[in-house]
Write a protein that binds this ligand. Sequence first.
Ligand code: EPZ
Length: 455
Amino acid sequence: MAVTSDAARAGASVGLTFDRLTIEGGKPLRGTVDVRGAKNLVTKAMVASLLSEDISVLRDVPDLSDVRVVRGLLEIHGVSVTQGVQPGELLLDTRNVRRAHVKEIDAHAGSSRIPILFCGPLLHQLGEAFIPDLGGCRIGDRPIDFHLDALRKFGAIVDKLPAGIRLSAPNGLHGAHIHLPYPSVGATEQVLLTAVRARGTTELRNAAIEPEIMDLIAILQKMGAIISVEPNRVILIEGVSELKGYAHRAIFDRNEAASWASAALATKGDVFVKGAVQEHMMTFLNVFRKVGGAFDVLEDGIRFWHPGGALKPVVIETDVHPGFMTDWQQPLIVALTQADGVSTVHETVYENRFGFTDALQKMGADIRVHPRGFAAPNRRVPRRELEQAAVITGPTPLHGADIEVPDLRGGFSHLIAALTAEGTSTVRNVGIISRGYENFGEKLKALGARFSVDG
Ligand code: EPZ
């Protein structure tokens, strides 16, 4: 099956020697985990290096399969990517950028969505770009229309071919007025990475303002870009003709931090997430507290634990920043199966992000998914057409089962469910988890999880 081989390939690329875990659940996770740079910044920061003909230094880069994919794509375009002196330090030398063969691009890009962000930098450096069919988690349609519309506004010519998309800019790129239909993270990054070296000024409206985007803007500013973030999701970019390399420590991975926090809560454990920063997790922390979890913000991280007593149900709507991130709902839902009452999660970002709950139901959870969402009073966010809702009634004891990881965040939630459940679970396709969780096997071991690995 394609999913299995993708998962195994992703895992193997970061040295994962197993694709299946047998987990003995029912034991609280206790101890410390380190989180490093955010997957959703690091991969974009690596692409940003292409905007200069220089050397950039990126620190706190985690060893993830998505990072390996971007590294491969950069290397086939002539970028030399080497390990720095410090662990997690990457040196990106972009002084010899060149065209890559379509076959090579296709072979490297297979399982990621990042290739779409190569468009702007490659158009600036080479006057053309080729983007293969995109991969990434299967959590909805995940179209790229915002990206292509924006690139056309910058003056790019977009040709759709059977194997992918060819872009060219024979007359260079110029500044544009762009109003995104939705504050898409990727489309905002696309505009930033293209506008910084376009002729003239770009005004971007309805931009995403996630912390990882602010960190990308910080990197671009270090490179020489002029970008101002205005009120009401407006970003102004004054194009410059040349950029230099950067040295930057990546923002921590708040998705990974929220995942370990949820694991601590669901398993009635106590986990110190070293590297977590309160400022970028405030919305998550509010919900964590409302559910009945305890946390303590320390100098070098955040401690999360289950303080005893019953957990409480909540109503959550996923949203763009500063709302509750779509990537946080999957791990937290496992803890909500243990809360005393009915919780509702409205998923407003993706149209198909509750597939992982099938496995939880198999393990004894009471979760009803409403594919078209449902009306509820006091909603904070107006409905999007693609909305879905999950209603979780707890507490339900979970029991071990044989389950298969469907996507990255759903996969981590499967691990948490298996660790929470009484009895033995077999979790297949765990290679996918290495797309966004560095050394998750070793981290689980350090937290006292009981499991064995299989090929
Ligand atoms: C980024 O995806 C993240 N991925 C996702 O992380 C994250 O869930 C998402 O942002 C939201 O925070 C990376 O950074 C690599 P979007 P992205 O464009 O940029 C629709 C994870 O597990 N849309 O903000 O692809 C889209 O279908 C993941 O780490 C269009 O309609 O997300 C979705 O409904 C998975 N047309 C919504 O916008 C477009 O051209 C938001 O997507 C682009 C997007």
